[in-house]
Design a protein. Structure first.
Length: 163
């Protein structure tokens, strides 16, 4: 029985009911169409199966803890968007007040090490001072205002490491 039907039944209480009362209250429950939902999320070569609760990048399976799964799902649903730590704390951890913590950074580091293999292009990126972004496109830094200069900083860092 759907939660909506259960709520309606609870609201009616234990009093004797007539069919005249029940039918109008239950009609919306029966008539509301069920929208098919995506059961597999895809961003580039990254796949997340919401039914089996599995993840893989290409052919490589990714073993995720429950919170990592929730975090990756949230990011995949909002791919190519910069997500702040505050947003992630509120929407993934369901905290109403954002505590001073490195919780997001720790989980993101673990998730990044699992999603981004050693010989694979980075999909999870840190946007300094703003948050994190999951993207399959390496040239994303030119299309999002929050990522402007990211590619230049990465190039500068690469050049300084080569010197």
């Amino acid at each position: 029985m759907s939660s909506h039907i259960r709520r309606e039944m609870d609201s009616l209480g234990k009093r004797p009911l007539s069919i005249v009362i029940i039918i109008p209250r239950m009609e919306p429950c029966v008539r509301s169409p069920v929208e098919p939902r995506e059961t597999v999320l895809r961003v580039g070569s990254l796949e997340l199966d919401l039914i089996d609760r599995t993840a893989k990048r290409g052919n490589r399976p990714i073993d995720l803890r429950p919170r990592e799964f929730q975090l990756l799902k949230y990011m995949m649903e909002r791919s190519d968007q910069v997500l702040t730590c505050e947003t992630l704390i509120k929407d993934v951890w369901h905290f109403e007040i954002v505590p001073e913590t490195n919780r997001v950074n720790v989980h993101m580091g673990r998730l990044r090490s699992k999603v981004d293999g050693p010989d694979e292009a980075r999909m999870i990126r840190n946007v300094r001072g703003e948050g994190f972004v999951l993207s399959a496109t390496p040239a994303l830094s030119q299309s999002l205002p929050g990522l402007r200069g990211l590619k230049q900083r990465e190039l500068a860092q690469t050049n300084s490491n080569n010197v």
